[in-house]
Design a protein around this ligand. Structure first.
Ligand SMILES: [Mg+2]
Length: 275
């Protein structure tokens, strides 16, 4: 008998090599920021990256006022944190609308680079006969287009749920005792800010998958590349988790992911040891 009744995979950074994909994005983004600033920004950019690295917990992706994903999670979040510091350092007004437009324009130039073991690992997971679902913050059509390039036959064998908004700290649709039992946040060894758990939009997706498959959280395995975004909520609900990180994944994320029913690997195939 399989160990799990449901397997949930994140997409960007989990199937893909985000650092490689972001190279052309960064090129466009930095040139665009330079145009916004109207002067060279290389020095200010390097200083801002240093500042974020010095105090990683003070920066990050924010939902309203609260940090909901770490600054180092991927090059996209890091660029957003850095660009605000660059403009601030140059004494320029931070027009979030302009930065958002720049971000989306640049994102269109991002590459598609799969982790080398992506296709084989997904095939191996599908061969277990357990439902496999992809749950991503990216738009469904973006994820589907990338999966078509990996292997179009995968799309008939697993469902993709995009726009999961794993960073939204809101209540789920309708009251729910399981969600209500979650604390606002938890402390994590090695992280100096709280890690917020009540991500209601992500919960809506998880609950709909549990309803559709009949699986329980305890019989679910969730695999992702950012502990805070992908794994903290399902782990708090009793699911098993697997963090597929990079060499740069900090110790606190590796340790948090490895507690209880979790594990960490730098290669995607590490998840196969769990099933
Ligand atoms: Mg990801």
């Amino acid at each position: 008998m399989a160990d799990f009744d449901l397997i949930i995979l994140d997409f960007d950074g989990t199937f893909t090599d985000v650092d490689a994909e972001a190279v052309p994005f960064l090129d466009h983004y930095r040139r665009g920021l330079e145009a916004l600033a109207g002067r060279p920004i290389d020095e200010a950019w390097a200083e801002a990256v240093e500042e974020v690295r010095r105090e990683p917990d003070a920066h990050g992706f924010r939902f309203e006022t609260r940090i909901v994903a770490p600054s180092h999670a991927d090059p996209y979040i890091l660029s957003s944190c850095v660009s605000q510091l660059v403009l601030e350092g140059l004494g320029m007004p931070i027009e979030l609308g302009h930065l958002e437009t720049l971000f989306h324009d640049s994102y269109r130039h991002a590459d598609t680079v799969f982790r080398p073991d992506a296709r084989d690992v997904v095939e191996a997971l599908l061969s277990l006969g357990v439902p496999v679902h992809v749950v991503s913050n990216s738009r469904t059509d973006n994820v589907v287009a990338k999966l078509e390039r990996l292997d179009a036959s995968l799309l008939s064998r697993m469902e993709v749920r995009g726009n999961a908004r794993k960073f939204h700290l809101v209540d789920p649709e309708g009251s729910d005792a399981r969600f209500d039992s979650l604390p606002e946040s938890r402390a994590v060894e090695g992280l100096t800010r709280p890690l917020y758990l009540r991500r209601g939009r992500y919960y809506d997706v998880l609950r709909s998958l549990w309803d559709a498959t009949g699986a329980s959280p305890e019989r679910t395995l969730v695999c992702g590349d950012i502990y805070e975004l992908d794994l903290a909520l399902p782990a708090a609900l009793g699911a098993s988790v697997h963090l597929v990180g990079r060499e740069t994944t900090p110790a606190w994320e590796r340790e948090a992911a490895s507690a209880d029913r979790g594990a960490f690997s730098t290669e995607l195939r590490g998840v196969l040891d769990r099933v």
